[in-house]
Write a protein that binds this ligand. Structure first.
Ligand SMILES: [Zn+2]
Length: 166
């Protein structure tokens, strides 16, 4: 009998308001910028979208269920630690990443030069090769909350390969 691969797709979306006086952290990289993002944790909008994509693909709810923003233990949390926590639990159940595709939408700063570093960091956190991860950067075309510079958003789509049940 042929054993078919178990493939699962997941998507994640996140938004954070821009705010002065905090570092801008995208994909666990501190991006050189004169503002940051507001949030309970380090407000890493990209990693939050990635976490939701992973949880979505495996039917495990969303980031708010795993890390409530009312919980003191996650105040100013490093989102790299949150991603590692989630991913370890999925790896233990035999999940592997086929590929992860992400989009960051920000009017400022221009993220083009930061994409390779962010890609390498995200791949490193997940223990996959950089070629399995893609980071796209868009502006807000000067319209809406992103275009006005009020917010940065991130979207992620992941394809996972599961362990066939024998
Ligand atoms: Zn978030």
């Amino acid at each position: 009998m042929q054993i078919l691969p178990i493939l699962r797709v997941g998507e994640g979306h996140d938004v954070h308001r821009t705010v002065a006086g905090r570092p801008l952290i995208l994909g666990n990289v501190v991006v050189d910028c004169d503002f940051g993002l507001d949030g309970h944790s380090d407000a890493d909008v990209l990693l939050h979208a990635v976490i939701d994509a992973l949880l979505g693909a495996t039917g495990r709810g969303d980031i708010g269920e795993w890390f409530p923003n009312t919980a003191a233990e996650w105040k100013d949390a490093n989102s790299g630690d949150l991603l590692t926590h989630v991913w370890k639990s999925l790896v233990a159940d035999g999940w592997q990443i086929q590929n992860l595709d992400c989009t960051i939408s920000a009017e400022k700063p221009r993220l083009g030069p930061w994409k390779p570093l962010i890609r390498d960091r995200v791949a490193g956190l997940l223990g996959v090769s950089a070629e399995q991860v893609n980071i796209k950067a868009k502006s807000g075309e000067a319209v809406g909350p992103v275009g006005r510079g009020d917010a940065i958003t991130a979207d992620a789509v992941v394809l996972l390969l599961g362990k066939p049940k024998t």
